[in-house]
Design a protein around this ligand. Structure first.
Ligand SMILES: [Zn+2]
Length: 243
């Protein structure tokens, strides 16, 4: 059971009251974009757990910003699917939906080999930089133990194949699950004791993709793409209702 906490920000984490965390004041010029950036990182690295309430007054005080840019920032994050707003209740960090994640994984296992197949001819050209830059960014994120940075790069790595496939509907499908996938990556990356293992997984995947054997690619994607394990679902549930 949690201790009563006095920190202003702790009050915003009503479902996670045992953690007395603060995001720190934003020192640079505060635009809705810069506020959204701080909150996005806090959501993706787990400082703001899934399901926690984002109360405007204490949150604005904690960040040292006024409520207008904060409200706009929450709107940006709601558009991205990281925050959910309920009438009369306010804003909450989105929760990972285990069934939804399993459905996304089942589609990715089928569709990602197809996206890669369509993208293969463009992987030898200048467009390859989309994939290699994402891998480099993932490595930089791992070097700095930067969870939000590695999640962004991980998303960019897989998204690159959907973009290079030149298939509008396929890219629309990726866009439709991007927010949920980010929430899953957020939980999944925290399970890595060393994020460099994640980088190594993707270097290996790219080596297999470059060999161009579609059966081998399909097999590797079937292993690579997974949905939350029972343990991850339990850990998320505990983190978001730790009161
Ligand atoms: Zn991956």
């Amino acid at each position: 059971m949690s201790e009563p906490s006095t920190g202003a920000f702790a009050a915003t984490l009503s479902r996670n009251a045992s953690k007395d965390v603060s995001l720190g004041r934003i020192e640079q010029r505060t635009t809705p974009g810069s506020v959204a950036h701080v909150l996005r990182n806090a959501i993706l690295d787990g400082t703001l757990p899934a399901g926690s309430q984002l109360r405007e007054i204490p949150l604005a005080a904690d960040l040292g910003v006024s409520r207008a840019p904060l409200r706009e920032a929450l709107g940006i994050l709601a558009d991205e699917g990281l925050v959910v707003k309920y009438p009369y209740k306010g804003a909450f960090v989105a929760e990972m939906d285990a069934n939804g994640m399993a459905e996304i994984a089942s589609l990715r296992k089928r569709l990602e080999p197809f996206a890669i197949e369509l993208a293969l001819p463009r992987l030898t050209g200048t467009s390859r930089i989309k994939v290699t830059r994402a891998l480099e960014d993932m490595a930089i994120g791992a070097d700095n133990n930067d969870l939000a940075g590695t999640i962004k790069a991980h998303m960019a790595f897989h998204r690159a194949f959907y973009e290079l496939a030149n298939h509008t509907l396929l890219l629309d499908l990726w866009n439709s699950w991007e927010a949920q996938l980010q929430m899953f990556f957020s939980a999944d990356h925290r399970a890595f004791s060393d994020l460099h293992d994640l980088v190594a997984d993707h270097e290996r995947l790219l080596t297999i993709i470059d060999r161009g054997d579609l059966d081998e690619i399909t097999q590797e994607i079937a292993v690579h793409v997974h949905s939350p394990s029972a343990a991850e679902i339990a850990a998320e549930a505990a983190a978001s209702s730790n009161a």
